[in-house]
Design a protein. Structure first.
Length: 135
């Protein structure tokens, strides 16, 4: 009797596993594609890599500060910590830091210590940073 129960459990477990795996989420195939706007152009894609520097203007920073000042986070559930998304109580601290303590211009200067490059891959823009570890 015990052997029959074990066999039935194994068969049922195998059947359930098979059905769950068969109905799983489809994975996006990693084949050549076009990720840019519009239809893919049939001509040769530009694979040029060009250098650039990170820049920001006073207008961009003022716009950023204005948007930071207008942040209105939804209150988190009591004692929810980060279980249901980013905790709004902690978000207020982060937003305050970004607005009052973080030196955006200094960060741009630090970023520009390293060479930056851009290119386009299958219609999408890619930002590359190259840094070699000093010995």
């Amino acid at each position: 009797m015990m052997l029959i129960l074990v066999l039935v459990a194994l068969i049922a477990g195998g059947l359930i596993t098979f059905l769950l795996q068969r109905s799983g989420d489809q994975v996006l195939k990693t084949e050549d594609g076009w990720w840019g706007a519009g239809d893919h152009c049939e001509t040769q894609e530009d694979v040029t890599i060009w250098p650039f520097e990170v820049t920001t203007s006073d207008e961009e920073l003022e716009d950023l500060y204005r948007r930071i000042d207008q942040t209105r986070p939804v209150l988190s559930l009591e004692n929810s910590q980060f279980h249901y998304g980013f905790n709004s109580h902690y978000l207020k601290k982060v937003v305050s830091y970004w607005r009052h303590d973080f030196d955006w211009r200094r960060q741009v200067t630090r970023l520009n210590q390293y060479p930056h490059f851009k290119t386009r891959i299958e219609g999408g823009s890619a930002w590359l940073m190259h840094s070699l570890k000093s010995h």
